[in-house]
Write a protein that binds this ligand. Structure first.
Ligand SMILES: [Zn+2]
Ligand SMILES: [Zn+2]
Length: 319
């Protein structure tokens, strides 16, 4: 699984900084978080096939997070595709997309399923498929806004041949059945359960996406345990008052949030104020690291690998 940083800017795109958006790739499936102006340019530069995007998750309907959507949908209309595209977001997202489609005369030749989060102030599971689930949870912004977490299901533990030998399960098809999680009956009548020959279940990976918000205590429990947290850090501490007025996080607060959440492996900062040059962003990193040392500055088109915590690799993710 890997995360592609589509853009890192807040409010307006700059010549060297696209608007905040992140794409997650897992086993060939793509998930796009927010879609500001010019998102499709970054996707193209990263050679990502937007026609493989299965879900688009929108945090809120401020222009810097949604104005790329009509362009993406328009482009998508020219591709062969049979699976539906799911677009999830807070109220008004449906009206925005349907109005754009109507006014721009878009003829899209595959189904688009828009799911508005009816009660965005309540943390909830909003999407599930075999192997993973996505939750939304409320931000504290000048408009209804949600953060998201993407979490893989736990996987069965690894098969331990020495345990199977210890309890005299004959090698062969019975081992295969146990590995697939089935109970087996031996010739001597004993019933062997998979957990007798398997290690403990292995945790899946978790990625969280948090922007735009002022400090909100409840966010920390939702992002806890993230292998990667992508989090807004719009302002330095000296602009804390302005940040609160506009309902945004300072870098220091982002660090505090991650530290308070606990068990977060790494944190990438995004949604920088256009007032800061690329060089000045180091201040944001420093202020955040005072609380959360494993923070780094996201840069446009950065690719971040998300390995399992125990270092194991799986077939499709092993590059
Ligand atoms: Zn924004
Ligand atoms: Zn906003």
């Amino acid at each position: 699984m890997e995360s592609f940083i589509i853009g890192t800017g807040g409010m307006m795109p700059l010549p060297n900084r696209n608007l905040t958006s992140m794409l997650l790739r897992r086993e060939g499936e793509l998930f796009l978080f927010d879609c500001g102006e010019a998102t499709q340019i970054s996707l193209r530069q990263l050679s990502l096939k937007w026609k493989k995007i299965s879900v688009i998750l929108i945090s809120h309907t401020h222009a810097d997070h949604v104005t790329g959507l009509p362009g993406i949908l328009m482009l998508s209309s020219q591709v062969e595709r049979s699976e539906s595209l799911v677009i999830i977001g807070p109220p008004k997202i449906k009206e925005y997309i349907e109005t754009s489609r109507r006014v721009l005369d878009m003829h899209i030749n595959y189904p688009i399923e828009i799911r508005e989060i009816a009660k965005p102030h309540i943390p909830q599971e909003i999407y599930r498929k075999e192997g993973y689930r996505i939750r939304s949870f409320p931000m504290r912004h000048s408009k209804i806004c949600v953060g998201y977490s993407f979490e893989e299901d736990a996987r069965p533990g690894v098969f331990l041949p020495e345990k199977a030998e210890d309890i005299k399960v004959p090698k062969g098809p019975l081992w295969g059945k146990l590995q697939r999680g089935e109970k087996v009956r031996l010739e001597d009548g004993r019933i062997i359960k998979p957990e007798q020959v398997m290690g403990p279940p292995r945790e899946g990976r978790k990625v969280s996406y948090v922007t735009d918000t002022a400090w909100r205590h409840s966010i920390s429990s939702e992002i806890s345990g993230s292998d990667l947290l992508i989090c807004e850090a719009m302002f330095c501490e000296e602009l804390a008052d302005a940040a609160f007025e506009k309902r945004h996080l300072t870098a220091r607060q982002a660090g505090q949030l991650a530290a308070q959440a606990g068990n977060i492996r790494r944190m990438g900062l995004i949604h920088y104020s256009p007032r800061y040059t690329d060089h000045e962003l180091k201040m944001l990193q420093k202020e955040c690291r005072d609380f959360f040392p494993n923070a780094f500055l996201c840069r446009d088109r950065m690719v971040i690998q998300i390995p399992y915590r125990n270092g194991e690799k799986t077939g499709k993710d092993a590059n």
